[in-house]
Design a binder for this molecule. Sequence first.
Ligand SMILES: Cc1cc2nc3c(=O)[nH]c(=O)nc-3n(C[C@H](O)[C@H](O)[C@H](O)COP(=O)(O)OP(=O)(O)OC[C@H]3O[C@@H](n4cnc5c(N)ncnc54)[C@H](O)[C@@H]3O)c2cc1C
Length: 427
Amino acid sequence: MTHTPYPQSYYAASANPTPARPELLGEVQTDVCIIGAGYTGLSTALFLLEHGFKVVILEAAKVGFGASGRNGGQIVNSYSRDIDSIERSVSPKNAQLLGDMAFEGGSIIRERVKKYGIQCDLKDGGVFAALTAKQMTHLESQKRLWERYGHTQLELLDAKRIREVAATDNYIGGMLDMSGGHIHPLNLALGEATAVESLGGMIYEQSPAIRIERTAAPVVHTPQGHVKAKFVVVAGNAYLGNLLPELAAKSMPCGTQVITTERLSDELAKSLLPQDYCVEDCNYLLDYYRLSGDKRLIFGGGVVYGARDPANIEAIIRPKMLKTFPQLKNVKIDYAWTGNFLLTLSRLPQVGRLGHNIYYSQGCSGHGVTYTHVAGKVLAEALRGQAERFDAFAELPHYPFPGGQVFRVPFTALGAWYYSLRDKLGV
Ligand SMILES: Cc1cc2nc3c(=O)[nH]c(=O)nc-3n(C[C@H](O)[C@H](O)[C@H](O)COP(=O)(O)OP(=O)(O)OC[C@H]3O[C@@H](n4cnc5c(N)ncnc54)[C@H](O)[C@@H]3O)c2cc1C
Protein backbone atom coordinates (compact mmCIF):
# COMPACT_ATOMS: atom_id res chain seq x y z
CA MET A 1 0.00 0.00 0.00
CA THR A 2 1.32 3.48 -0.84
CA HIS A 3 1.12 6.09 1.87
CA THR A 4 1.05 9.77 0.97
CA PRO A 5 1.33 11.93 4.12
CA TYR A 6 0.34 15.56 4.59
CA PRO A 7 2.93 18.15 3.59
CA GLN A 8 4.84 19.57 6.56
CA SER A 9 2.59 22.56 7.10
CA TYR A 10 1.54 24.43 10.21
CA TYR A 11 -1.93 23.00 9.63
CA ALA A 12 -0.77 19.38 9.65
CA ALA A 13 1.26 20.10 12.80
CA SER A 14 -1.78 21.60 14.56
CA ALA A 15 -4.49 19.29 13.16
CA ASN A 16 -7.22 17.99 15.45
CA PRO A 17 -6.90 14.26 16.19
CA THR A 18 -8.49 12.21 13.41
CA PRO A 19 -8.84 8.45 12.92
CA ALA A 20 -6.83 6.55 10.30
CA ARG A 21 -9.16 5.79 7.41
CA PRO A 22 -9.06 2.54 5.44
CA GLU A 23 -7.83 1.99 1.91
CA LEU A 24 -10.50 0.64 -0.47
CA LEU A 25 -10.13 -3.13 -0.88
CA GLY A 26 -12.55 -5.08 -3.09
CA GLU A 27 -15.99 -4.00 -4.30
CA VAL A 28 -18.31 -1.41 -2.78
CA GLN A 29 -21.71 -0.26 -4.08
CA THR A 30 -23.18 3.16 -3.46
CA ASP A 31 -25.44 5.85 -4.91
CA VAL A 32 -22.69 8.44 -5.44
CA CYS A 33 -18.93 7.94 -5.64
CA ILE A 34 -17.03 11.17 -5.02
CA ILE A 35 -13.40 11.49 -6.13
CA GLY A 36 -11.44 13.74 -3.76
CA ALA A 37 -11.84 14.63 -0.08
CA GLY A 38 -11.28 18.38 -0.28
CA TYR A 39 -14.04 20.92 0.37
CA THR A 40 -15.76 20.24 -2.97
CA GLY A 41 -16.01 16.50 -2.32
CA LEU A 42 -16.82 16.82 1.39
CA SER A 43 -19.40 19.55 0.86
CA THR A 44 -21.13 17.55 -1.88
CA ALA A 45 -21.11 14.46 0.33
CA LEU A 46 -22.63 16.25 3.29
CA PHE A 47 -25.49 17.75 1.28
CA LEU A 48 -26.20 14.38 -0.33
CA LEU A 49 -26.09 12.45 2.95
CA GLU A 50 -28.40 14.99 4.55
CA HIS A 51 -30.88 14.07 1.82
CA GLY A 52 -30.65 10.32 2.25
CA PHE A 53 -28.10 9.35 -0.45
CA LYS A 54 -25.48 6.66 0.09
CA VAL A 55 -22.04 8.20 -0.51
CA VAL A 56 -18.50 6.86 -0.85
CA ILE A 57 -15.51 9.24 -1.08
CA LEU A 58 -12.24 8.06 -2.61
CA GLU A 59 -9.23 10.12 -1.56
CA ALA A 60 -5.82 9.58 -3.17
CA ALA A 61 -3.95 10.67 -0.03
CA LYS A 62 -5.65 11.96 3.11
CA VAL A 63 -8.68 14.14 3.89
CA GLY A 64 -7.70 17.74 3.11
CA PHE A 65 -4.41 16.70 1.49
CA GLY A 66 -4.92 19.18 -1.38
CA ALA A 67 -5.60 22.91 -1.36
CA SER A 68 -8.36 22.50 1.24
CA GLY A 69 -5.84 21.54 3.90
CA ARG A 70 -3.11 24.00 2.86
CA ASN A 71 -4.78 27.29 1.97
CA GLY A 72 -4.56 30.73 3.53
CA GLY A 73 -7.73 30.02 5.49
CA GLN A 74 -9.40 33.16 4.20
CA ILE A 75 -13.17 33.01 3.83
CA VAL A 76 -13.33 35.23 0.75
CA ASN A 77 -16.76 35.51 -0.77
CA SER A 78 -17.67 35.80 -4.45
CA TYR A 79 -15.57 34.41 -7.30
CA SER A 80 -12.07 34.99 -8.70
CA ARG A 81 -13.66 37.15 -11.41
CA ASP A 82 -16.49 39.35 -10.40
CA ILE A 83 -20.16 39.43 -11.17
CA ASP A 84 -19.70 42.05 -13.91
CA SER A 85 -17.71 39.58 -16.01
CA ILE A 86 -20.29 36.89 -15.19
CA GLU A 87 -23.02 39.27 -16.40
CA ARG A 88 -21.22 39.47 -19.74
CA SER A 89 -20.95 35.67 -20.02
CA VAL A 90 -24.37 34.23 -19.18
CA SER A 91 -28.09 35.02 -19.52
CA PRO A 92 -29.56 37.68 -17.19
CA LYS A 93 -31.45 34.96 -15.27
CA ASN A 94 -28.30 32.93 -14.64
CA ALA A 95 -26.26 36.05 -13.81
CA GLN A 96 -28.88 36.84 -11.17
CA LEU A 97 -28.63 33.31 -9.73
CA LEU A 98 -24.81 33.41 -9.68
CA GLY A 99 -24.82 36.90 -8.15
CA ASP A 100 -27.26 35.73 -5.47
CA MET A 101 -24.93 32.81 -4.64
CA ALA A 102 -21.77 34.94 -4.41
CA PHE A 103 -21.88 35.20 -0.61
CA GLU A 104 -23.55 31.87 0.18
CA GLY A 105 -20.32 29.94 0.83
CA GLY A 106 -19.44 31.88 3.98
CA SER A 107 -22.90 31.10 5.41
CA ILE A 108 -22.61 27.40 4.54
CA ILE A 109 -19.25 27.18 6.34
CA ARG A 110 -20.70 28.86 9.44
CA GLU A 111 -23.75 26.54 9.39
CA ARG A 112 -21.48 23.49 9.09
CA VAL A 113 -19.22 24.64 11.91
CA LYS A 114 -22.23 25.22 14.17
CA LYS A 115 -24.27 22.14 13.25
CA TYR A 116 -21.40 19.66 13.50
CA GLY A 117 -19.43 21.39 16.29
CA ILE A 118 -16.29 21.78 14.14
CA GLN A 119 -13.29 23.26 16.00
CA CYS A 120 -11.47 25.31 13.34
CA ASP A 121 -10.69 28.71 14.93
CA LEU A 122 -13.47 30.44 12.96
CA LYS A 123 -13.18 34.25 13.09
CA ASP A 124 -15.38 36.89 11.40
CA GLY A 125 -14.05 39.71 9.21
CA GLY A 126 -12.10 39.86 5.96
CA VAL A 127 -10.52 42.92 4.37
CA PHE A 128 -9.62 43.67 0.75
CA ALA A 129 -6.72 46.15 0.89
CA ALA A 130 -6.07 48.71 -1.86
CA LEU A 131 -2.47 49.65 -2.66
CA THR A 132 -3.34 52.23 -5.31
CA ALA A 133 -6.05 54.75 -6.15
CA LYS A 134 -7.09 52.58 -9.07
CA GLN A 135 -7.61 49.59 -6.78
CA MET A 136 -9.66 51.73 -4.37
CA THR A 137 -11.89 52.90 -7.22
CA HIS A 138 -12.32 49.26 -8.18
CA LEU A 139 -13.36 48.34 -4.63
CA GLU A 140 -15.92 51.15 -4.65
CA SER A 141 -17.47 49.87 -7.86
CA GLN A 142 -17.30 46.27 -6.58
CA LYS A 143 -19.26 47.33 -3.49
CA ARG A 144 -21.95 48.95 -5.66
CA LEU A 145 -22.06 45.83 -7.83
CA TRP A 146 -22.41 43.43 -4.88
CA GLU A 147 -25.08 45.66 -3.33
CA ARG A 148 -27.13 45.31 -6.51
CA TYR A 149 -27.32 41.61 -5.64
CA GLY A 150 -28.39 42.30 -2.06
CA HIS A 151 -24.98 41.89 -0.39
CA THR A 152 -25.11 45.03 1.70
CA GLN A 153 -22.81 44.23 4.63
CA LEU A 154 -19.68 45.71 3.00
CA GLU A 155 -17.92 48.75 4.39
CA LEU A 156 -15.33 50.93 2.68
CA LEU A 157 -12.30 51.82 4.79
CA ASP A 158 -10.32 55.02 4.34
CA ALA A 159 -6.56 55.26 4.90
CA LYS A 160 -6.99 55.86 8.64
CA ARG A 161 -9.42 52.96 9.12
CA ILE A 162 -7.31 50.45 7.23
CA ARG A 163 -4.26 51.46 9.29
CA GLU A 164 -6.35 50.42 12.33
CA VAL A 165 -6.95 47.00 10.72
CA ALA A 166 -3.37 46.25 9.62
CA ALA A 167 -0.26 47.96 11.05
CA THR A 168 1.32 48.79 7.70
CA ASP A 169 1.62 51.96 5.62
CA ASN A 170 1.15 50.03 2.38
CA TYR A 171 -2.55 50.67 1.86
CA ILE A 172 -4.56 53.70 0.91
CA GLY A 173 -7.89 52.14 1.84
CA GLY A 174 -9.90 48.96 1.65
CA MET A 175 -13.20 47.18 2.07
CA LEU A 176 -14.36 45.18 5.08
CA ASP A 177 -16.64 42.16 4.69
CA MET A 178 -17.90 40.92 8.03
CA SER A 179 -19.40 37.88 6.29
CA GLY A 180 -15.83 36.97 5.34
CA GLY A 181 -13.38 35.76 7.95
CA HIS A 182 -10.91 32.98 8.52
CA ILE A 183 -10.50 29.39 9.62
CA HIS A 184 -7.91 26.66 10.22
CA PRO A 185 -8.56 25.08 6.82
CA LEU A 186 -7.40 21.53 7.51
CA ASN A 187 -9.42 21.36 10.72
CA LEU A 188 -12.49 22.51 8.77
CA ALA A 189 -11.94 19.66 6.26
CA LEU A 190 -11.33 17.11 9.03
CA GLY A 191 -14.46 18.26 10.86
CA GLU A 192 -16.50 17.94 7.68
CA ALA A 193 -15.10 14.45 7.13
CA THR A 194 -16.18 13.43 10.63
CA ALA A 195 -19.64 14.85 9.86
CA VAL A 196 -19.76 12.81 6.63
CA GLU A 197 -18.99 9.65 8.60
CA SER A 198 -21.51 10.52 11.32
CA LEU A 199 -24.20 10.43 8.62
CA GLY A 200 -23.08 7.03 7.29
CA GLY A 201 -20.77 8.19 4.47
CA MET A 202 -17.61 6.16 3.85
CA ILE A 203 -14.23 7.78 3.18
CA TYR A 204 -11.38 5.67 1.83
CA GLU A 205 -7.91 7.25 2.05
CA GLN A 206 -4.78 6.28 0.08
CA SER A 207 -7.26 5.18 -2.59
CA PRO A 208 -6.68 7.08 -5.85
CA ALA A 209 -9.25 6.70 -8.60
CA ILE A 210 -7.16 5.43 -11.50
CA ARG A 211 -9.86 4.64 -14.05
CA ILE A 212 -13.55 5.33 -14.55
CA GLU A 213 -15.72 2.94 -16.57
CA ARG A 214 -17.98 5.49 -18.18
CA THR A 215 -21.05 3.29 -18.60
CA ALA A 216 -24.74 3.55 -17.62
CA ALA A 217 -23.70 2.36 -14.13
CA PRO A 218 -20.21 3.86 -13.75
CA VAL A 219 -17.44 1.98 -11.95
CA VAL A 220 -14.50 3.80 -10.38
CA HIS A 221 -11.33 1.74 -10.01
CA THR A 222 -8.57 2.16 -7.42
CA PRO A 223 -5.38 0.05 -7.22
CA GLN A 224 -7.02 -2.48 -4.83
CA GLY A 225 -10.74 -2.13 -5.41
CA HIS A 226 -13.65 -0.53 -7.22
CA VAL A 227 -16.85 1.36 -6.51
CA LYS A 228 -20.07 0.72 -8.43
CA ALA A 229 -22.22 3.83 -8.33
CA LYS A 230 -25.23 5.46 -9.97
CA PHE A 231 -23.35 8.77 -10.18
CA VAL A 232 -19.76 9.98 -9.93
CA VAL A 233 -18.71 13.43 -8.71
CA VAL A 234 -15.19 14.45 -9.73
CA ALA A 235 -13.69 16.79 -7.12
CA GLY A 236 -9.93 16.27 -7.57
CA ASN A 237 -9.32 19.85 -8.77
CA ALA A 238 -5.59 20.71 -9.17
CA TYR A 239 -4.53 17.24 -8.01
CA LEU A 240 -6.66 15.26 -10.49
CA GLY A 241 -3.92 14.85 -13.10
CA ASN A 242 -5.06 13.30 -16.35
CA LEU A 243 -7.82 11.01 -15.03
CA LEU A 244 -10.28 12.82 -17.30
CA PRO A 245 -8.27 14.41 -20.15
CA GLU A 246 -11.16 16.68 -21.17
CA LEU A 247 -11.02 18.34 -17.73
CA ALA A 248 -7.20 18.60 -17.75
CA ALA A 249 -7.22 20.31 -21.18
CA LYS A 250 -9.20 23.31 -19.97
CA SER A 251 -7.41 24.03 -16.69
CA MET A 252 -3.90 24.49 -15.31
CA PRO A 253 -2.55 23.61 -11.85
CA CYS A 254 -0.64 26.47 -10.24
CA GLY A 255 1.34 26.52 -7.02
CA THR A 256 1.11 29.19 -4.35
CA GLN A 257 3.20 29.36 -1.19
CA VAL A 258 2.49 30.03 2.47
CA ILE A 259 4.76 30.67 5.46
CA THR A 260 3.95 30.70 9.16
CA THR A 261 5.94 32.54 11.79
CA GLU A 262 6.82 31.34 15.22
CA ARG A 263 4.26 32.22 17.90
CA LEU A 264 4.12 35.98 18.38
CA SER A 265 3.67 37.61 21.76
CA ASP A 266 0.06 38.69 22.40
CA GLU A 267 1.14 42.34 22.19
CA LEU A 268 2.93 41.95 18.86
CA ALA A 269 0.06 39.92 17.34
CA LYS A 270 -2.49 42.49 18.47
CA SER A 271 -0.39 45.36 17.18
CA LEU A 272 -0.24 43.81 13.68
CA LEU A 273 -3.92 42.94 13.26
CA PRO A 274 -5.83 44.48 16.17
CA GLN A 275 -9.28 43.20 15.09
CA ASP A 276 -7.96 39.77 14.04
CA TYR A 277 -9.42 40.15 10.51
CA CYS A 278 -7.78 38.46 7.56
CA VAL A 279 -6.38 40.65 4.78
CA GLU A 280 -5.75 40.18 1.09
CA ASP A 281 -4.47 42.91 -1.17
CA CYS A 282 -5.96 43.78 -4.57
CA ASN A 283 -2.95 42.98 -6.76
CA TYR A 284 -3.32 40.49 -9.60
CA LEU A 285 -0.66 38.34 -7.86
CA LEU A 286 -1.91 39.03 -4.39
CA ASP A 287 -0.53 38.73 -0.86
CA TYR A 288 -2.84 37.41 1.88
CA TYR A 289 -2.33 37.04 5.61
CA ARG A 290 -3.95 36.55 8.98
CA LEU A 291 -3.26 35.41 12.53
CA SER A 292 -3.62 31.76 13.49
CA GLY A 293 -5.54 30.66 16.58
CA ASP A 294 -2.24 30.48 18.49
CA LYS A 295 -1.04 33.92 17.31
CA ARG A 296 1.31 33.22 14.44
CA LEU A 297 1.25 35.24 11.26
CA ILE A 298 0.24 33.08 8.29
CA PHE A 299 1.34 34.85 5.10
CA GLY A 300 0.82 33.67 1.52
CA GLY A 301 1.49 34.95 -1.96
CA GLY A 302 3.22 34.26 -5.20
CA VAL A 303 2.14 31.95 -7.99
CA VAL A 304 4.12 29.28 -9.83
CA TYR A 305 2.38 28.49 -13.12
CA GLY A 306 2.39 24.79 -13.82
CA ALA A 307 2.72 23.97 -10.08
CA ARG A 308 6.42 23.21 -9.72
CA ASP A 309 7.51 23.30 -6.06
CA PRO A 310 10.02 26.12 -5.44
CA ALA A 311 13.23 25.05 -3.70
CA ASN A 312 13.20 27.79 -1.06
CA ILE A 313 9.72 29.01 -0.21
CA GLU A 314 10.82 31.20 2.69
CA ALA A 315 13.17 33.10 0.35
CA ILE A 316 10.19 33.95 -1.88
CA ILE A 317 7.54 34.81 0.70
CA ARG A 318 9.48 36.29 3.64
CA PRO A 319 10.47 39.46 1.69
CA LYS A 320 6.79 40.01 0.85
CA MET A 321 5.90 39.66 4.51
CA LEU A 322 8.63 42.11 5.55
CA LYS A 323 7.51 44.61 2.92
CA THR A 324 4.12 44.62 4.66
CA PHE A 325 5.36 44.25 8.24
CA PRO A 326 9.04 45.34 8.56
CA GLN A 327 8.52 45.04 12.33
CA LEU A 328 8.77 41.22 11.91
CA LYS A 329 12.40 41.27 10.73
CA ASN A 330 13.65 39.28 13.75
CA VAL A 331 10.80 36.80 13.76
CA LYS A 332 11.53 33.18 12.84
CA ILE A 333 9.59 31.24 10.21
CA ASP A 334 8.49 27.86 11.60
CA TYR A 335 6.70 26.44 8.55
CA ALA A 336 6.74 26.94 4.77
CA TRP A 337 4.77 24.93 2.23
CA THR A 338 3.25 25.03 -1.20
CA GLY A 339 -0.16 23.98 -2.50
CA ASN A 340 -1.87 23.82 -5.86
CA PHE A 341 -4.98 25.59 -7.02
CA LEU A 342 -6.53 25.16 -10.46
CA LEU A 343 -6.54 28.09 -12.86
CA THR A 344 -9.00 28.43 -15.74
CA LEU A 345 -8.56 30.85 -18.61
CA SER A 346 -11.64 32.86 -17.58
CA ARG A 347 -10.68 32.54 -13.87
CA LEU A 348 -14.28 31.39 -13.35
CA PRO A 349 -15.13 27.90 -12.10
CA GLN A 350 -15.98 25.08 -14.47
CA VAL A 351 -19.05 23.07 -13.52
CA GLY A 352 -20.62 20.44 -15.71
CA ARG A 353 -21.47 16.87 -16.57
CA LEU A 354 -19.73 14.26 -18.72
CA GLY A 355 -22.37 11.98 -20.19
CA HIS A 356 -25.39 11.84 -17.90
CA ASN A 357 -23.86 10.48 -14.69
CA ILE A 358 -20.40 12.05 -14.13
CA TYR A 359 -20.56 15.51 -12.55
CA TYR A 360 -17.65 17.83 -11.84
CA SER A 361 -16.65 21.17 -10.41
CA GLN A 362 -13.13 22.54 -10.73
CA GLY A 363 -11.02 25.60 -11.31
CA CYS A 364 -12.00 28.22 -8.77
CA SER A 365 -8.68 29.89 -9.64
CA GLY A 366 -7.44 30.73 -6.15
CA HIS A 367 -10.63 31.84 -4.39
CA GLY A 368 -12.18 28.55 -3.48
CA VAL A 369 -12.86 28.24 0.24
CA THR A 370 -16.39 29.61 -0.08
CA TYR A 371 -17.06 28.67 -3.72
CA THR A 372 -16.36 24.95 -3.10
CA HIS A 373 -18.95 24.90 -0.33
CA VAL A 374 -21.53 26.40 -2.69
CA ALA A 375 -20.44 23.99 -5.43
CA GLY A 376 -21.10 21.02 -3.15
CA LYS A 377 -24.62 22.26 -2.53
CA VAL A 378 -25.26 22.93 -6.22
CA LEU A 379 -23.93 19.52 -7.31
CA ALA A 380 -26.07 17.80 -4.67
CA GLU A 381 -29.12 19.77 -5.84
CA ALA A 382 -28.49 18.60 -9.41
CA LEU A 383 -28.26 14.96 -8.31
CA ARG A 384 -31.55 15.43 -6.49
CA GLY A 385 -33.14 16.68 -9.72
CA GLN A 386 -33.05 20.43 -8.98
CA ALA A 387 -30.63 21.63 -11.64
CA GLU A 388 -31.49 25.34 -11.91
CA ARG A 389 -28.43 26.60 -10.01
CA PHE A 390 -26.19 23.88 -11.50
CA ASP A 391 -27.30 25.01 -14.97
CA ALA A 392 -26.41 28.61 -14.10
CA PHE A 393 -22.82 27.58 -13.31
CA ALA A 394 -22.74 25.24 -16.31
CA GLU A 395 -23.52 28.17 -18.64
CA LEU A 396 -20.20 29.85 -17.74
CA PRO A 397 -17.97 29.34 -20.78
CA HIS A 398 -15.06 26.87 -20.58
CA TYR A 399 -12.03 27.64 -22.76
CA PRO A 400 -9.00 25.46 -23.51
CA PHE A 401 -5.66 27.05 -22.53
CA PRO A 402 -3.87 28.56 -25.53
CA GLY A 403 -0.67 26.69 -26.27
CA GLY A 404 -2.02 23.31 -25.15
CA GLN A 405 -0.16 21.24 -22.53
CA VAL A 406 3.27 22.45 -23.73
CA PHE A 407 2.96 26.23 -24.09
CA ARG A 408 0.14 27.04 -21.64
CA VAL A 409 2.62 27.67 -18.79
CA PRO A 410 4.84 30.27 -20.56
CA PHE A 411 1.80 31.93 -22.21
CA THR A 412 -0.01 32.29 -18.89
CA ALA A 413 3.12 33.42 -17.03
CA LEU A 414 3.58 36.11 -19.66
CA GLY A 415 -0.01 37.29 -19.16
CA ALA A 416 0.44 37.35 -15.38
CA TRP A 417 3.72 39.27 -15.73
CA TYR A 418 1.83 41.90 -17.75
CA TYR A 419 -0.90 42.26 -15.11
CA SER A 420 1.53 42.36 -12.18
CA LEU A 421 3.59 45.01 -14.00
CA ARG A 422 0.41 47.08 -14.31
CA ASP A 423 -0.14 46.62 -10.54
CA LYS A 424 3.41 47.80 -9.84
CA LEU A 425 2.96 50.84 -12.06
CA GLY A 426 -0.47 51.51 -10.56
CA VAL A 427 -2.09 51.77 -13.99
C1 LIG B 1 -1.65 27.62 -0.85
C2 LIG B 1 -3.07 27.95 -1.18
C3 LIG B 1 -3.69 29.02 -0.56
C4 LIG B 1 -5.02 29.30 -0.83
N1 LIG B 1 -5.64 30.27 -0.08
C5 LIG B 1 -6.97 30.46 -0.24
C6 LIG B 1 -7.66 31.34 0.62
O1 LIG B 1 -7.09 31.88 1.57
N2 LIG B 1 -8.98 31.57 0.39
C7 LIG B 1 -9.64 30.94 -0.64
O2 LIG B 1 -10.83 31.20 -0.83
N3 LIG B 1 -9.01 30.05 -1.43
C8 LIG B 1 -7.72 29.77 -1.23
N4 LIG B 1 -7.10 28.83 -1.99
C9 LIG B 1 -7.91 28.02 -2.92
C10 LIG B 1 -8.71 26.95 -2.18
O3 LIG B 1 -7.96 26.37 -1.16
C11 LIG B 1 -9.16 25.89 -3.18
O4 LIG B 1 -9.88 26.53 -4.21
C12 LIG B 1 -10.06 24.82 -2.58
O5 LIG B 1 -9.56 24.32 -1.36
C13 LIG B 1 -10.24 23.69 -3.59
O6 LIG B 1 -10.94 22.64 -2.97
P1 LIG B 1 -11.20 21.30 -3.77
O7 LIG B 1 -11.90 20.38 -2.86
O8 LIG B 1 -11.87 21.61 -5.06
O9 LIG B 1 -9.75 20.76 -4.13
P2 LIG B 1 -8.62 20.18 -3.15
O10 LIG B 1 -8.74 20.70 -1.79
O11 LIG B 1 -7.32 20.34 -3.85
O12 LIG B 1 -8.98 18.64 -3.04
C14 LIG B 1 -8.84 17.73 -4.10
C15 LIG B 1 -8.61 16.36 -3.46
O13 LIG B 1 -8.78 15.38 -4.46
C16 LIG B 1 -7.81 14.38 -4.25
N5 LIG B 1 -7.64 13.70 -5.53
C17 LIG B 1 -7.17 14.19 -6.70
N6 LIG B 1 -7.18 13.25 -7.65
C18 LIG B 1 -7.70 12.15 -7.09
C19 LIG B 1 -7.96 10.84 -7.57
N7 LIG B 1 -7.68 10.49 -8.83
N8 LIG B 1 -8.50 9.92 -6.73
C20 LIG B 1 -8.80 10.27 -5.45
N9 LIG B 1 -8.55 11.49 -4.93
C21 LIG B 1 -8.01 12.41 -5.74
C22 LIG B 1 -6.58 15.13 -3.79
O14 LIG B 1 -5.67 14.29 -3.10
C23 LIG B 1 -7.20 16.20 -2.90
O15 LIG B 1 -7.28 15.81 -1.55
C24 LIG B 1 -5.74 28.54 -1.78
C25 LIG B 1 -5.12 27.50 -2.45
C26 LIG B 1 -3.80 27.19 -2.15
C27 LIG B 1 -3.15 26.04 -2.85
